[in-house]
Design a binder for this molecule. Structure first.
Ligand code: MN
Length: 202
């Protein structure tokens, strides 16, 4: 059993009032944990695949046997997405990026506010469950996209550096059907230090 639930890098209540402690507890301890368990179960009869990293599994889904491809895509994606998501947030957000990432955002999207508007739009209009992303393309250009379910841009050749979970389980207790309010509030907890680090490691 290769894959493990990572610890949250902060307490359940660290992101309040933007994300409430009960949501974080269920989201991490139940939802993410279930993706890890189900991924390990899917791989149980495939020792070769157990040796692969989650990134290697998701970047070559076509090489996964038919019998478990859907389970790996959904649960492996769930594990990968949430592992990226937790450290992307902090109780001590800088509010906006600085340095190279800030310059790249300005030159790609006009300015930070225009970037936020476009990213929030992608998150708000993702029909049903899914994610919105800021990723790097093969030329290290910044791209905003969204994916359904637990799909991830790495399966499409992109490298995600920031994502927002817009499944209802991410916000329903506090925001009910008001996904745009959750998105607006989430900007207050983005950990721009780590997003910049991911950008710099391109
Ligand atoms: Mn989630």
């Amino acid at each position: 059993m290769n894959h493990k639930l990572p610890d949250l890098p902060y307490e359940y209540n660290a992101l309040e009032p933007h994300i409430d402690a009960r949501t974080m507890e269920i989201h991490h301890g139940k939802h993410h944990n279930a993706y890890v368990t189900n991924l390990n179960n899917a791989l149980a009869d495939y020792p070769d695949l157990q040796e692969k990293s989650i990134e290697d599994l998701l970047t070559a889904l076509n090489e996964i046997p038919d019998a478990i491809r859907g389970a790996v895509q959904n649960n492996g994606g769930g594990h990968y997405n949430h592992s990226l998501f937790w450290p992307s947030m902090s109780s001590d957000s800088e509010g906006a990026p600085t340095g190279d990432l800030s310059s790249a955002i300005d030159s790609t999207f006009g300015d930070f506010e225009s970037f936020k508007k476009k990213f929030s739009g992608a998150a708000a209009t993702r029909f049903g469950s899914g994610w919105a992303w800021l990723s790097l393309d093969s030329n290290n250009g910044l791209v905003i996209s969204s994916t359904a379910n637990q799909d991830n841009p790495i399966s499409n050749g992109l490298k995600p550096i920031l994502g927002i979970d817009v499944w209802e389980h991410a916000y329903y207790l506090n925001y009910q059907n008001r996904r745009p309010d959750y998105i607006e509030s989430w900007w207050n907890v983005v950990n721009w230090n780590i997003v910049s680090e991911r950008y710099s490691n391109k």
